[in-house]
Design a protein around this ligand. Structure first.
Ligand SMILES: Cc1ncc(C[n+]2csc(CCOP(=O)(O)OP(=O)(O)O)c2C)c(N)n1
Ligand SMILES: [Mg+2]
Length: 372
């Protein structure tokens, strides 16, 4: 494959580069199991979304993009932090946050990861150091701040930011990588480049599709890889996370991949005409699960019946999650102050109180003059 770009990948056809090196058999099995479970989880949620209309939050499915979360699921320590964007479910599961609390969150239930108040694109699971957020490039900036904290405290923790290539349309992405590189922070930026920001391809938003080369000019280790090769994603991310943990500063990893789903929700959005059927088919031939599975079969790492057992195991977990979510109670109506105020951030709380007391809308000019 030439320099990695979406156009070059489409010309190459089916990817032939999946390797399972000596000592990697168990890694291959774990990556395969994680990807299959994530795929089935997303497909089940997509199937259930509309018939009953019981999930009332926007959901961005990650079908087709299972390899990066699978790799991260094997690489992060319990005390590492993972921050990600709106396409959050793979990352949530990568940090071993419980699947039933994900489902209950989508159903808006009190037993959800955030008591049913965050939904899919802002879900977090603080006990596992996992946070998502809908503001593009937020994960890049917040991980940089978390990594600064680790450096100041002298811990061995690493922060990982997971986001799409459209985060790099935002100014704060470049500020974050600049600061992380200057301060040599323990943070790894993982960009899942699926070419699209909603309906816009990268080359309509940026003059060049050479993100990893541009990031390298900030003085940061930077790698591009075929992001549907879970083994390679695991090797590259493993190396970069280990280097960052050892005090060697930040890294950027650009994983070329593709979402089969529409931008959000269970329906296809292909009617809009922003991508053609041949492109989708080409990427489906490069399914991260089947690319790995084919090599595992040749290497005799997956025996007849193994896949079926994994499917049965995942399906019964998914059924239990639906049952849990549907039978859980809704939360009580929340008090907005209790949601927004925290003893951990007294200064922010003080500003919130002042804005409320000043009746912000009615006295906007006066508020702006005071300059906060
Ligand atoms: C700061 C900001 N601007 C715009 C949006 C609206 N928005 C939501 S998702 C999205 C596209 C994101 O594309 P990308 O980052 O490549 O991730 P993908 O959806 O492809 O996984 C946009 C523009 C937003 N959430 N935040
Ligand atoms: Mg994208």
């Amino acid at each position: 494959m030439n320099a990695l770009t979406h156009a070059a990948i489409l010309k190459t056809g089916r990817y032939q580069g999946v390797r399972i090196d000596a000592g990697e058999a168990e890694t291959a099995r774990s990556l395969h199991r994680f990807m299959l479970r994530l795929r089935m989880c997303e497909e089940a949620l997509a199937r259930e979304y509309h018939p009953a209309d019981e999930m009332r939050c926007p959901v961005h499915f990650c079908i087709g993009q299972e390899a990066v979360p699978a790799a991260l699921s094997l690489l992060l320590n319990d005390d590492d932090y993972l921050f990600c964007h709106h396409r959050s479910h793979g990352y949530y599961l990568a940090k071993s946050a419980p699947m039933e609390a994900l489902f209950a969150e989508l159903y808006g239930k009190a037993t959800g990861a955030n008591g049913g108040l965050a939904g899919s694109q802002d879900i977090s699971f603080p006990a596992r150091n996992f946070y998502s957020g809908a503001i593009l490039a937020g994960a890049a900036a917040i991980s940089t701040g978390a990594a600064l904290g680790f450096q100041l405290k002298g811990t061995q923790q690493v922060a990982v930011a997971g986001f799409g290539e459209s985060a790099t349309d935002e100014g704060i992405f470049w500020e974050a990588i600049n600061y992380a590189a200057v301060a040599k922070l323990p943070v790894v930026f993982v960009c899942e480049n699926n070419n699209y920001s909603v309906f816009s391809p990268q080359l309509k938003r940026q003059a060049l599709d050479n993100l990893s080369a541009r990031v390298a000019t900030f003085g940061m280790r930077s790698t591009a890889l075929f992001g549907n090769d879970a083994m390679e994603a695991h090797r590259v991310l493993g190396k970069e996370i280990a280097l960052s943990r050892a005090g060697r500063g930040p890294a950027f990893v650009e994983a070329y991949t593709y979402r089969w789903s529409g931008h959000y929700g269970p329906e296809s959005d292909d009617l809009v005409g922003y991508r053609d059927a041949a492109e989708i088919e080409a990427w489906k031939r490069n399914c991260p699960i089947s690319l790995l599975e084919d090599v595992m079969r040749v290497r005799d790492l997956i025996k007849p019946g193994d896949r079926e057992s994994l499917v049965i195991e995942a399906q019964s977990a998914i059924n239990r999650c639906f049952q849990f979510a549907k039978s859980s109670p809704f939360p009580d109506a929340p008090d907005w102050k209790a949601l927004n105020f925290s003893p951990d951030s007294p200064l922010a709380d003080k500003f919130l109180v002042e804005v409320e007391l000043a009746n912000f809308d009615a006295h906007q000019e006066a508020e702006q003059a005071r300059g906060y």
